[in-house]
Design a protein around this ligand. Structure first.
Ligand code: SF4
Length: 355
């Protein structure tokens, strides 16, 4: 299999392709024009295009299905070269504001990116987990998700997007490939998506939170906490046995956090499991001393689960309690609820189902 051009930083491509100024032109073609074939690269000599074609692929992904939610969220089913499938989600975060016929604020988008085919973590509430783990994604497959979704939505290269590594898989379980993809996204001659626009969301592998911190990439982290005591958390996320709540909190305290930013703690609220005020009180105690923000997420029931969605009243009471005690907190609106695109609820469909 030929390597994809998306596997390389600009420095690496400069080493590989001679004369080296061509590398920058190629970077422009693939990240500014989203070129998917060498024929499009009109300012490259024909023999170089031919040579490139024989040596490198461009996009290792193919869109095989799209589900568009009523709120504008688009869930993509993408096929890799080995025919495995992953998902990526295009989320509209803010609407465009038009005043007097002029756009005063452009719509803002976030791309939710997968890092593995399947996942090893096995969270009880997650549909991805049910299919087990297949393999890590290559660097090019992580990068390709952003290029593919931007191109498909006709989103110009210089219009900013945020990236959340919150799709299929545990990003810190594929840390080396993730770190390189983060660097490629940051390239100023490429997509120029700064580290501050990239958030790594983890189920809480405490040793790897430390490793990510030592890499000093400048990205944000989000922790899927979901419970305030180890018993429930182990029930929800079995690998909590190896990385318990205390070890995660300690690792977060060591993580280099931009002083203007906060660590996001995701808390999936499940009826009669973790939606009581006793849990809210424990959460405040647990996060004491951390510049934290809590994101309360409604659990979206799916076929076969025994867990239930909490009532709006208990959700609001939980949020009010946190806010009253000084903890920044939001309730996530149910983006993509009708297509199961919420965190941890991505479902890999078979190609047959998608057709
Ligand atoms: S919620 Fe995330 S970490 Fe947990 S099993 Fe699903 S994909 Fe893996």
């Amino acid at each position: 299999m030929k390597p994809s051009l998306y596997s390389y930083t600009l420095d690496e491509l400069t080493q590989l392709i001679k004369p080296s100024f061509r590398a920058k032109q190629i970077y422009g073609w693939i990240y500014h024009n989203f070129a998917m074939s060498y024929d499009e690269m009109s300012n490259l000599p024909k023999d170089l295009r031919l040579q490139l074609e024989q040596t490198y692929d461009i996009n290792p992904l193919k869109i095989i299905n799209k589900e568009i939610s009523s709120d504008g969220t688009i869930k993509y089913l993408l096929e890799l070269r080995d025919k495995k499938t992953i998902e990526a989600v295009w989320l509209k975060m803010k609407d465009e504001i038009v005043e007097d016929g002029k756009v005063t604020q452009e719509a803002r988008y976030t791309i939710c990116v997968s890092t593995q085919v399947g996942c090893k973590v096995g969270c009880a509430f997650c549909l991805t987990a049910k299919g087990g783990f297949t393999r890590d994604l290559y660097v090019s497959e992580i990068v390709a998700q952003v290029v593919t979704l931007k191109k498909d939505n006709d989103h110009k290269h210089n219009r900013m997007v945020n990236i959340v590594y919150m799709g299929m898989g545990e990003p810190l379980d594929n840390l080396d490939n993730l770190a390189k993809a983060i660097e490629i996204f940051k390239e100023s001659d490429g997509l120029a998506i700064g580290a501050k626009r990239q958030t790594v969301s983890t189920s809480g592998l405490s040793n790897k939170i430390d490793r990510l911190g030592r890499m000093d990439l400048g990205v944000h982290i989000a922790i899927s906490l979901h419970a305030v005591d180890d018993e429930l958390r182990t029930e929800l996320i079995p690998m909590n046995k190896a990385h318990n709540i205390a070890s995660i909190i300690e690792a977060v305290k060591r993580f280099p956090i931009d002083t203007r930013k906060r660590v996001m703690f995701e808390y999936l609220v499940i009826k009669d499991k973790n939606d009581d005020l006793g849990s809210a009180k424990k959460l405040i105690k647990l996060l004491h001393g951390i510049k934290a923000k809590v994101n309360l997420i409604y659990f979206n029931p799916y076929e076969g689960t025994t867990y239930e969605r909490p009532s709006q009243d208990s959700m609001v009471a939980f949020a009010d309690y946190l806010i009253k005690h000084g903890l920044l907190c939001t309730i996530r609106d149910s983006k993509g609820i009708d297509i199961s695109a919420a965190c941890g609820q991505l479902k890999e469909k078979t190609i047959k189902e998608a057709q």
